[in-house]
Design a protein around this ligand. Structure first.
Ligand SMILES: Cc1cc2nc3c(=O)[nH]c(=O)nc-3n(C[C@H](O)[C@H](O)[C@H](O)COP(=O)(O)O)c2cc1C
Length: 377
């Protein structure tokens, strides 16, 4: 039976959640992932201050389709009153299924103002924020946390308890500290410790890259739900693979390249339909083009071409040309060399300068200081 504090169609024992991801978990990708088996989706993090100010740009991050439900809107900020006001506005205007609070964002500009993982330096503030949000909305309030701000403050169980005591109805743990950024391995044993300590459902997050990882995470941690971010990049079918693995069924293989490109085009078409400016939509879609073409023969050359396209028709022409060229030269369907979804792509795509230009700059190649979120968020 679904353990989460909101309805999940199909009542899965271990729901699969698409992680909040700035610049990635937008409505078209959320819908795609839902169609591949994500049970729950979240918006990217949205600034409480932006919501209260009525910023048009902020409002665009809050739009969702009914078919995306159940959906959580994730908000961030360090001022409890503003966070409460934002939660009330979101509830009234958009009516998501739950409100999630971001206590994990490592971006310098957010942290400097005590937002995101910055809050983890002051657990009293974490409690005050959750209580303020909980008072302001009748919806379930949930929290997404890291294991601490740094090694000295690393204590995921204490953070989880503060969230629970303040009224959070579900906690998602990404078991790295802010100082860890994305380096090393997510410490799944910390998820197990928080599961053990809390009464509310704990969702595990971090380093799920294939169906088997999802099964292993549940087995090793006892988590009640599994949240996936990077593994789904260019591979929304990871949700179906994870579901099969969790249900003890044969895990479907990776789609062949033709199917992969069809999914990519479907995703791109939705992105263009969603964004008022089609050229901007394609520009912003480049990172996905990078992810869908990862690990394939002569992928770098293909990406160089894809990163210059200006509209959907051109994307189709370039992808079709690639398939035809390879069939002609090699007499068969080219196959992705990399069978583990997500592997190796972050560095490669970021290296090609795509991700670093993103407004969100939730950098995740593990190197250096995260760049700042764009103004106005
Ligand atoms: C591009 C990108 C954007 C992200 N944006 C957010 C965000 O808006 N809110 C949030 O709580 N976490 C954000 N994250 C963190 C992810 O939700 C997740 O916790 C992290 O990537 C670990 O999960 P994974 O190993 O499945 O990628 C982001 C991660 C990435 C890669």
């Amino acid at each position: 039976m679904n353990p989460l504090p909101f309805n999940v169609p199909g009542d899965p024992d271990t729901p699969l959640l698409l992680a909040p991801q700035a610049g990635v978990s937008e409505s078209p990708f959320r819908r795609l992932c839902r169609s591949f088996g994500a049970d729950v989706v979240l918006t990217e993090f949205v600034s409480a201050e932006g919501i209260v100010r009525g910023s048009e740009r902020t409002a665009s991050y809050l739009r969702f389709d009914e078919e995306e439900r159940p959906i959580g809107v994730q908000i961030f900020g360090a001022d409890p009153a503003t966070m409460g006001d934002a939660a009330a506005l979101v509830t009234e205007t958009y009516g998501p299924d739950f409100v999630d609070i971001n206590f994990g964002c490592p971006v310098k500009k957010v942290v400097k103002r005590n937002g995101g993982s910055g809050c983890l330096r002051d657990l009293k503030l974490v409690g005050r924020i959750i209580r303020a949000v909980d008072r302001a909305t009748p919806l379930p309030v949930t929290a997404k946390i890291r294991s601490g701000f740094d090694e000295a403050t690393r204590d995921p169980v204490a953070i989880g308890r503060v969230c629970q005591d303040a009224g959070a109805r579900m906690v998602t743990l990404h078991p790295r500290t802010r100082a860890d950024m994305y380096s090393g391995k997510a410490r799944w044993e910390e998820i197990a410790a928080v599961v053990e300590a809390l009464e509310i459902p704990v969702v595990g997050n971090g380093d799920v890259r294939c169906g088997e990882d999802a099964r292993a995470m549940r087995e090793r941690t006892g988590c009640r739900g599994i949240m996936i971010a990077r593994g789904s990049h260019g591979a929304p079918w990871l949700f179906g693979q994870s579901r099969a693995a969790l249900d003890g069924e044969p895990v479907p293989g990776e789609p062949d390249l033709h199917t992969r490109f069809e999914i990519c085009i479907r995703h791109a078409a939705n992105a263009v339909a969603f964004e008022p400016d089609p050229e901007k939509a394609i520009r912003e879609f480049r990172k996905h083009l990078g992810w869908y073409t990862k690990g394939i023969p002569e992928g770098r050359r293909l990406r160089q071409r894809l990163f210059q396209v200006c509209d959907l028709r051109e994307v189709r022409v370039v992808l079709d040309g690639y398939l035809a060229g390879h069939r002609g030269r090699e007499g068969g369907e080219p196959r992705p060399g990399n069978t583990r979804p997500g592997e190796g792509v972050a560095g490669e795509v970021a290296g090609e300068g795509v991700l670093r230009k993103r407004r969100s700059s939730y950098r995740y190649d593990g190197a250096g200081e995260p760049t700042a979120a764009a103004p106005g968020r």
